[in-house]
Design a protein around this ligand. Structure first.
Ligand SMILES: NC(=O)c1ccc[n+]([C@@H]2O[C@H](COP(=O)([O-])OP(=O)(O)OC[C@H]3O[C@@H](n4cnc5c(N)ncnc54)[C@H](O)[C@@H]3O)[C@@H](O)[C@H]2O)c1
Length: 437
């Protein structure tokens, strides 16, 4: 059956639900937004219109949304083409909702869950075929209206036309950059992004012992890598150590045996102590950085010096020319060794995850650029460094050649993209046309 999406029912009006409902309303689609109570629905409405920033650009567009409660109004989903679940990240809650929903929705409608970490197969286990064939994961990134990435993940029985309808609507109508992932833990962006953060925290501890400063670590992990200016510690301050700990626990359960990430799932000791005393990041007013207001009204940034175990004024670190570009990864000094271990390790990790998390490297590169604001994706970075150099450095550091680098070496070629990016190297060792964005 072919599906066409023109209207959307969003269940759950929290951070993600209001973002998704707001974006659909802003683009002139009829939206139903349901939450657990009248009060929660009212809060969602307020957030959509008056949030900072509001979920709709134009408050008038909020009139496209009908608000209601799950208890009173769930039967209304029969009037909508796409039912998008965005309730709390809790398996029994999601399953109970889908069990109630399935008999109510109309034939031809499609369903999705916005889960960030629960396997789709666990959500649909034992559910009717009518649900299993019509459901996918639509993994939006926060804030929904800003982040371009949308990861689309089919279940084992999801039909291609359901995927096509979701891709056409989210890509065409909502303006998202659609990336195809598989039903594996944390999908693509967060699988690689969390590996980068978790290994980063561990390797950074060793780099601090080698004499690097925290500001130097953040400087190395931003501009030279083409990553956002927050670097490592600044990004984790934004996310929060509470979330990082939950991420680690989820990875501990769901990463496959032998995955390199398993060695890095616990927060390093001094950072776990920060979590225990509530120094978890920006939402708590202090993490690795904090802003202090001085008597004269001015502000200064302080950094929690992990080596000294105390706060001090943060100083901007100026990288010299030899450490200012991506090729710092190939430098054989303390800064280069640290940069290689975190970033080079992450590039190798990504290059080992095809076909486990995605069928091809284009989906991985796009996920990191659109979801984590990396200037270049992992495979583009390897091309910039020279695949031979990356293989040599990985082998010298005791790593086996990752799968896609082996494909490249066996094919006798030296880059993942050619013809100005118009073709990419597939897992079959052949070049293929790069799909349009
Ligand atoms: N926040 C993010 O950065 C982010 C990013 C991607 C995906 N996600 C995923 O999106 C989903 C929603 O996350 P969020 O950040 O919007 O959470 P949230 O806490 O902001 O909102 C959760 C919503 O669920 C509702 N809810 C609570 N208990 C419920 C119940 N028993 N039945 C039905 N609804 C209930 C709440 O009223 C609220 O509207 C989760 O699966 C989460 O993992 C979150």
């Amino acid at each position: 059956m072919s599906h066409q999406i023109k209207s959307v029912a969003v269940i759950g009006g929290g951070t993600m639900g209001t973002g998704i409902a707001g974006l659909c309303a802003q683009t002139d689609h009829k939206v139903l937004l349901l939450d657990v109570s009248e009060e929660a629905a009212q809060k969602a409405k307020d957030r959509i219109i008056n949030g900072r920033p509001p979920a709709v650009e134009d408050p008038e567009k909020a009139k496209n949304i009908t608000f209601g409660t799950i208890d009173n109004d769930l039967a209304q989903v029969a009037n909508y083409d796409w039912i998008c679940e965005a309730v709390v990240e809790d398996l029994p809650t999601k399953r109970a909702l889908f069990e109630k929903l399935e008999p109510l929705r109309r034939e031809g409608s499609v369903i999705s869950t916005n889960t960030s970490g629960i396997p789709l197969r666990d959500i649909t286990d034992g559910m009717p075929t009518s649900l299993k064939t019509n459901i996918a994961v639509t993994h939006f990134f926060n804030p929904v209206k800003v982040m371009r990435l949308l990861e689309l993940i089919p279940g084992q029985e999801t039909t291609p036309d359901v995927m096509d309808a979701l891709a056409a609507f989210t890509g065409g109508q909502l303006g998202k950059g659609v990336v195809y992932a598989k039903d594996t833990v944390n999908f693509i962006g967060n699988r690689i992004g969390c590996f980068w953060m978790m290994t980063g925290l561990h390797y950074a501890q060793e780099a601090l012992s080698d004499g690097l400063t925290m500001e130097q670590i953040d400087a190395l992990m931003s501009g030279p890598m083409g990553l956002p200016p927050t670097g490592l510690y600044g990004l984790i301050d934004l996310i929060g150590l509470d979330v990082m700990e939950l991420v680690g626990k989820n990875l501990a359960i769901n990463l496959p045996d032998g995955d390199m990430g398993l060695d890095f799932i616990a927060l390093p000791g001094p950072i776990h102590e920060m979590l225990e005393r509530g120094q978890i990041g920006r939402k708590a007013g202090a993490g690795f950085y904090r802003m202090q207001k001085l008597d004269d009204g001015s502000r200064k940034t302080e950094i929690y010096d992990l080596t000294a175990g105390d706060w001090r004024a943060s100083e901007k670190f100026q990288l010299d020319d030899t450490h200012a570009g991506l090729d710092v990864l190939l430098s054989d000094d303390a800064a280069g060794n640290f940069a290689w271990r975190i970033m080079g390790g992450t590039l190798c990790y990504a290059a080992d995850l095809i076909p486990e998390i995605a069928d091809d490297l284009v989906n991985i590169d796009r996920a990191m650029k659109w979801g984590y604001a990396w200037g270049r994706g992992p495979f583009e970075m390897i091309d910039a460094l020279g695949a031979d150099n990356v293989i040599a450095r990985a082998n010298a550091m005791g790593l086996q050649t990752p799968k896609m680098l082996k494909v490249l070496a066996d094919a006798g070629v030296d880059s993942f993209y050619r013809n100005e990016g118009q073709e990419y190297l597939g897992a079959d060792g052949q070049y293929h046309p790069t799909p349009l964005e």
